[in-house]
Design a protein around this ligand. Structure first.
Ligand code: ADP
Ligand code: MG
Length: 267
């Protein structure tokens, strides 16, 4: 048994949290423990929208929990690695947990969740749009290799100092319930839902133009994303001031989708 395997087995006995960071002599690591859990996604208002509108492509993919989820995380990481996608190195694996190298150590550069990086841009709109654009290119690169993500939320996309992107959180496999095509659509929808709110209403057209240009390479995927947007269009008729922050967030996503569609209509 190597040191990492031994550490995994020992730490699993005492770790209460489902994921926890440790600093070992070799550097920082993350231990993900098998547990019955559901993504936060289940509790977002978007889940209800997805349910009401029967939006197959964004419905949460079942997290089987326990050792199945851990094995899934391992398999998906290896799958993506084989395609050249940046994911955490697996240091040790057991039925009850998985030990991952910290991406900051792995890349020898500080990493942040894309969510936080976008938020830190504040009024630097050019910087924010640039980050948004580069993340789109990184996701598209995964798709062009025939790969897909699991939960393409901005919090599961890590970005380092050189704006190199890595992907994490693979306890689910969307392809177990969706076609590869729908996995692509889902990746983009989750990306939009987790990033559009970082922009002001008046910046959404420009942001969606960036995705529009990227999706010229994936016309059928673009069409299906627009279809989802169309079904959600009624949201824009709600009075923003009465729907609070969650409402505003959803409205920004829907508006983003509407602009995305309109870029394709103007000829
Ligand atoms: N290999 C890693 N390198 C750096 N940060 C990580 C790594 N794995 C997990 N994290 C951090 O822990 C958080 C939760 O991990 P994640 O795999 O997304 O689990 P969850 O299923 O709880 O969302 C991430 O958002 C990230 O900040
Ligand atoms: Mg996560």
């Amino acid at each position: 048994m190597d040191d990492f395997q031994e550490f995994l087995e020992t730490a699993l006995v005492t770790q209460q949290e489902s994921i926890k960071a440790y600093t070992l002599d070799s550097g920082k690591v993350w231990l993900k423990k098998a547990s019955e859990r559901h993504g936060l996604w289940l509790y977002t208002p978007l889940k209800w929208l997805a349910k009401i509108f029967n939006l197959g492509a964004i419905m949460p993919v079942p997290n089987q929990g326990g050792s199945a989820a851990i094995q899934c995380e391992y398999n998906r990481i290896q799958q993506l690695k084989a395609l050249g996608v940046s994911t955490p190195n697996v240091l040790a694996l057991s039925k009850k947990g998985i030990l991952l190298e910290d991406l900051g150590s792995q890349r020898q550069s500080k990493v942040k969740q894309l969510d936080q990086s976008l938020a830190r841009c504040k009024d630097d709109i050019a910087g924010k749009l640039n980050l948004f654009t580069q993340a789109i290119q990184a996701i598209q690169h995964v798709h062009l290799q025939g790969g897909y993500l699991s939960e393409a939320f901005a919090r599961n996309i890590l970005v380092d100092k050189d704006t190199h992107f890595s992907f994490i959180d693979f306890e689910t496999d969307p392809a177990s319930v969706l076609s590869l095509h729908d996995c692509y659509v889902r990746d983009w929808l989750l990306y939009i839902f987790s990033t559009a709110y970082h922009f002001e209403f008046e910046q959404l057209s420009e942001a969606s133009q960036i995705l529009y240009r990227a999706l010229l390479a994936e016309p059928q995927v673009y069409k299906d994303i627009c279809k989802v947007g169309k079904r959600l269009n009624w949201v824009l008729r709600l009075n923003v001031s009465r729907v609070g922050n969650d409402g505003k967030r959803i409205q920004k996503c829907v508006l983003f989708l509407r602009y995305l569609r309109e870029h394709g209509e103007v000829k």
